[in-house]
Ligand binder design. Sequence first.
Ligand SMILES: [Fe+2]
Ligand SMILES: [Fe+2]
Length: 147
Amino acid sequence: MSSISELMTHDHRRCDEIYANAEEAIGQGDFGGAANLWKEFCVQVEQHFTLEEQVLFPGFESATGMQGGPTMMMRGEHLQMREMLKSIASSIAQKEADDALGQCESLMIFIQQHNMKEEQVLYPMLDDALPQQEMELQINEVLAEKV
Ligand SMILES: [Fe+2]
Ligand SMILES: [Fe+2]
């Protein structure tokens, strides 16, 4: 059996890999490839956010009664990242490599900080608060669609 922490941390790494490929394509001036990879990255990240916002966070909030704590902060950060994802997509569409790469760098710093907070603080809290087996099934159901 895998913990929530393990499964979700693994998914962060998977998203990072797609990001790296997209960034490389932008750097090479391959805007068609970059647009496809960026779209793929956005889809994967959105699935990850949705899993957190619709399954894990509400489960944690009802199990602990903690509504305005770390989950609220993470939801806010997801909104900010969604805006950054959209803005980068439009820079890629306009073939503005320098602009896209500059924004990518800011996004990556933001994502790494967000992921670190989840991996070091929130996911261990989720592991403690939520029914492990049931969560594993639900996470795998969503993530299985990605393969
Ligand atoms: Fe998150
Ligand atoms: Fe996450």
